[in-house]
Each structure stands twice: as structure tokens, then as C-alpha cells.
Design a protein around this ligand. Structure first.
Ligand SMILES: [Zn+2]
Length: 61
């Protein structure tokens, strides 16, 4: 049986026909991963965060 690591939770997932959610370990992880895409958590930030240190750009109106 082929197994892989679930991209969502890191648990072992089965890569056989009995797992319709493969490569995820479960339907729940599959949906969570899709949700992450829609939330933009997988997206690369286009703008620098304020950790670079100019907080007054947002506060100075
Ligand atoms: Zn999982």
C-alpha cells in the first residue's frame, strides 16, 4: 500500500482508491486545505508587512 504525508496535518495518508481525499488523510484535511487557499494563506504576500518598521503609514492620516 502506498502512503504519503498529508499536506494539511502531516499525518500518514493512504494513496489507494479507498481514500477519496488523497493525498490528504481525510476529507476534513482536504477541505481545510481548500479553505486555506480561499483565505489566501497560501498566497505570497504582495506587500511588505509592517515588521519592516514604518507603523506611521497606517496611523498618519
Ligand atoms: Zn490530514
Amino acid at each position: 500500500m502506498r502512503t504519503a504525508v498529508c499536506p494539511q496535518c502531516g499525518a500518514p495518508s493512504k494513496l489507494d482508491a479507498g481514500n477519496p481525499s488523497r493525498p490528504f488523510c481525510s476529507e476534513r484535511c482536504k477541505l481545510l486545505d481548500l479553505g486555506a487557499w480561499f483565505d489566501g494563506r497560501h498566497a505570497i504576500p504582495a506587500a511588505p508587512t509592517d515588521e519592516d518598521g514604518n507603523p506611521d503609514t497606517e496611523l498618519n492620516e
